[in-house]
Design a protein around this ligand. Structure first.
Ligand code: KG4
Ligand code: ZN
Length: 341
């Protein structure tokens, strides 16, 4: 008998994602985004995102089904992001998933968005080994997880303030770059010297390491960049944007990779999965590849389209949960904007 067909729905932020997964096979990953509608506000407006999800939901489900050549009657289970994320957008995805589960008589699985960012890699690189470490970095989260048997998750640490992508977006704004600033800084950084300016590495001093070996902090770094730029402007000197971008990006990539690889060593884990929208960042990708190779750690980073928010990550996690026979969620499943792991 073939494995169940799992339909995954993701609406935690500004992407309406609908995907179909059977086993480890991704049949389709349909995404509609409202990012362009938020750009002029310099950040996500939850009300606009909610309305966009409402409009996009049924067409995206229909597009996914027709692309995969299946009908709703073929769906065996429905998985949906229950959190963390924006409560309005999450509610719309959950309402759609509940309606489908009730209408089709299938089980419903509410799953965690952050874990989905790591588990989506199973659709690309195959089943996880018994234990992996996962670095999930995006605009909303920067978390280091230990994942056993794909579904048992322990949070080893997280950011104490800004997420990595959020820090990039804030620095992008102060450098006058369009929203979201992350990809623009990435592009600029490739033309600059990463050693031009020595920006601080948050929580790496010995006293911080003792208490926060697996935590991150990027707000001090962001302030340091602001101060450096202001000082140049006050002195009437030009701001070398590529060097600032490269030095800032190097500081973020350095802290993320150094702390993560040290955690792999402490935990005795030899596979690292990197996921989340920020794992599109070239400075992080390059440094992680180099340092993992040196440390003998297998690095798994899915292609960029599976790093940003999408339905495949939710369908992949749903499929993993179904495969292990875990109990479905109740039909009054609540959404949780700050859902713990
Ligand atoms: O996972 P995602 O699509 O949405 C959230 O769950 O947050 O991540 C989006 C974040 C934004 O902060 C964006 O600026 C950042 O990831 N980002 C990047 C790059 N591509 C996306 N940051 C740095 N370099 C990139 N290439
Ligand atoms: Zn995300």
């Amino acid at each position: 008998m073939s494995e169940p067909l799992v339909l995954g729905i993701e609406t935690s932020c500004d992407e309406t994602g609908v995907a179909l997964v059977r086993g480890y096979d991704l049949l389709v990953d349909a995404v509609a985004s409202s990012v362009d509608e938020h750009a002029r506000f310099g950040g996500i407006i939850p009300e606009i995102a909610s309305r966009a999800h409402l409009e996009a939901m049924v067409p995206t489900i229909e597009r996914a089904l027709s692309t995969a050549g299946v009908t709703l009657a073929d769906v065996d289970a429905v998985a949906v992001t229950a959190g963390p994320g924006l409560v309005g957008p999450l509610t719309i995805g959950a309402a759609a998933a509940k309606a489908l589960a009730v209408g089709l008589g299938t089980p419903l699985y509410g799953v965690n968005h952050v874990i989905g960012h790591a588990v989506v890699d199973e659709l690309v690189d195959g089943p996880f080994p018994e234990r992996v470490l996962a670095l999930v970095v995006s605009g909303g989260h920067s978390s280091l997880l230990r994942i056993d048997d794909t579904v048992q998750v322990t949070e080893l640490g997280s950011t104490l303030d800004d997420a990595a992508g959020e820090a990039f977006d804030k620095v992008g704004r102060l450098l006058g770059l369009p929203y979201p600033g992350g990809p623009h800084i990435d592009r600029l950084a490739r033309e600059g010297d990463p050693e031009a300016i020595r920006f601080p590495r948050g929580l790496t001093a010995p006293k911080d390491q003792a208490k926060h070996a697996t935590d991150f902090s990027f707000s001090g770094l962001k302030t340091a960049v602001a101060r450096w730029v202001e000082a140049r402007q006050d002195a009437g000197e030009p701001v070398p944007l590529p060097d600032v971008a490269a030095s800032f990006a190097a500081a973020v990539a350095d802290v993320l990779t150094a702390k993560t690889i040290a955690a792999c060593r402490r935990e005795g884990v030899d596979t690292l999965v990197v996921g989340g929208g920020f794992s599109a960042n070239s400075q992080l990708r390059d440094m992680a590849a180099q340092r993992c190779a040196e440390a003998g750690i297998t690095l798994r980073i899915p292609p960029i389209r599976y790093c940003t928010d999408n339905g495949a990550m939710i369908a992949a996690l749903g499929a993993a949960v179904v495969r292990r026979g875990l109990p479905p969620s109740p039909l009054d499943l609540p959404v949780d904007s700050t859902m713990p792991l």
